[in-house]
Design a protein around this ligand. Structure first.
Ligand SMILES: Cc1cc2nc3c(=O)[nH]c(=O)nc-3n(C[C@H](O)[C@H](O)[C@H](O)COP(=O)(O)OP(=O)(O)OC[C@H]3O[C@@H](n4cnc5c(N)ncnc54)[C@H](O)[C@@H]3O)c2cc1C
Length: 435
């Protein structure tokens, strides 16, 4: 069988069950990556901002180099994915496409379109740390509160499966499919970056790829930062206070299982403590939002989220009037007049990264104080974040807006109180020029 392997989110060759499956079943594989063509969101800004684009392109570059080293290649296009895949399948006389499963509405629709065009699409779920079949409940009984989910998983001692490692990727290209000039018109690398960033890796051409990701993860554990994670994780600036693993989890250059394996080895060699436990705890949050998508799907994309359709989330007006647009624009640009929030929004816009604490503070401000539609905020984060992840972004925004699974019905955080607790010396606000 000749097949196309369509790289979607996960840009790696190791621990990629979907690719392993393709290599087992197909005799030849044409690896393809399609750079999404930028479009505007409903709120008028580009869907994929420059930092996110840069990170994604650097991961693609790393993947392509690895494939070429293994005697294959990566065929890159900048176009609409479904049309391109259908065209390639016809041109190359290929019937089957293998790819990972992505449990979000747009991505599911893409697979449906390909199937509708007569292609066989073989999808494999691989994005979570835990396998859904190992969970101690059926997916339609996924607990509606994270703590219940975590306790159920921990009480049942659910085992994390070992990563699937390839020795080498050796599947040949189909006959007649030749190395082409890649269409990378959607890749515009950033040549100068803001030195205040917490992710000081932009100058490395392949920084979001597997080799660099593993290097970062190794140094994180070698320097024993994991032991202090719980104490430092709520800080606002710097590379070491949190793991930064989200960069490589989002590019798919490293899997959650590969990270967990490193965590286990670290605990074995240096001892477990509340810091190491808390990394597992946060990775469970990541899984929880994934499984929430399995259970509720498109419902998570409604303005009312998991509330009934006629119940809009508290304080969340649809952005319609020019005044609302201006308020939203000021929030995006870091010019709302609320110094702590603005510092965060400037950091996000200028670096493509924001600490978890500042994501919460800025999101809460948009929803609970400015009273604007949380979906516009989620779209802005989607555009800006280099670690954008559809499940975590949607899940966290729903949670803060009070239309997801927060048992308290939403997280309203007062910026002045948050600033006092997390930026008592005003260092963060001064760093971003809002004081
Ligand atoms: C409004 C909002 C939007 C967010 N959007 C994203 C997003 O698009 N992509 C993304 O990866 N995370 C998102 N998060 C979650 C979290 O802020 C980031 O995962 C974290 O800041 C990434 O930095 P880190 O890797 O150093 O995290 P660490 O604190 O070191 O955490 C380790 C890992 O655990 C996971 N994790 C930690 N916190 C969360 C969380 N609240 N939800 C889900 N997973 C978590 C991540 O995979 C992270 O890499 C969002 C949070 C909020 C409040």
């Amino acid at each position: 069988m000749n097949a196309i392997y369509w790289f979607r989110n996960d840009l790696r060759l190791t621990d990629q069950p979907s690719l392993n499956r393709a290599c087992t079943l197909a005799d030849t594989i044409a690896p393809v990556f399609i750079h999404p063509v930028d479009s505007l969101t409903t709120w008028g800004f580009e869907r994929i901002g420059r930092h996110r684009k840069h990170a994604r392109c650097s991961a693609v570059l790393a993947l392509k180099r690895q494939l070429i080293e293994d005697g294959s290649d990566l065929f890159e296009y900048s176009s609409e994915p479904c049309e391109t895949l259908i065209r390639l399948a016809h041109a190359w006389r290929i019937q089957t496409i293998f790819c990972e499963e992505i449990a979000a509405p747009e991505e599911q629709h893409q697979v449906e379109r390909l199937r509708h065009a007569g292609l066989t699409v073989v999808t494999t779920w691989q994005s979570s740390l835990l396998e859904d079949q190992d969970l101690p409940f059926e997916m339609n009984h996924l607990p509606l509160v994270f703590t219940d989910f975590r306790k159920a998983v921990e009480n049942a001692k659910v085992h994390v499966r070992k990563p699937e490692y390839f020795v080498r990727y050796t599947t040949p290209l189909p006959a007649g499919v030749t190395h082409t000039q890649p269409d990378m018109s959607e890749c515009r690398p950033i040549n100068s970056w803001d030195m205040r960033t917490s992710i000081p890796y932009f100058h490395e051409p392949e920084f979001a790829g597997t080799t660099f990701g593993l290097k970062h993860i190794n140094q994180y554990f070698e320097r024993k930062l994991a032991h202090d994670y719980k104490r430092t994780r709520n800080q606002l600036s710097g590379v070491d206070y949190s793991t930064k693993f989200s960069v490589w989890l989002a590019s798919g250059a490293v899997s959650a299982r590969m990270i967990f394996e490193n965590l286990q080895e670290f605990e074995h060699d240096h001892g477990a403590n509340e810091g190491t436990y808390w990394i597992w705890f946060e990775l469970l949050w990541r899984d929880y939002f994934r499984f929430l998508h399995h259970r509720f799907g498109a419902q998570l994309y409604r303005r009312s989220g998991l509330r009934s359709a006629d119940q809009a989330p508290l304080g969340s007006a649809v952005i319609k009037t020019s005044e609302q647009f201006e308020t939203f624009e000021r929030w995006c640009q870091g010019n709302s007049g609320e110094a702590f929030v603005d510092a965060g929004m400037r950091e996000l816009r200028l670096t493509g990264y924001l600490s978890n604490r500042m994501r919460q503070v800025t999101a809460s401000h948009l929803v609970h104080e400015l009273g604007l539609d949380w979906r516009a905020g989620a779209a802005w984060f989607e555009s800006q974040l280099i670690d954008y992840d559809v499940y975590s972004n949607q899940g966290n925004w729903l949670y803060i807006a009070g239309c997801g699974t927060d048992p308290r019905g939403g997280r309203a955080m007062r910026p002045d109180k948050q600033a006092l607790e997390h930026d008592p010396l005003e260092t963060y606000r001064k760093k971003w020029g809002t004081l």
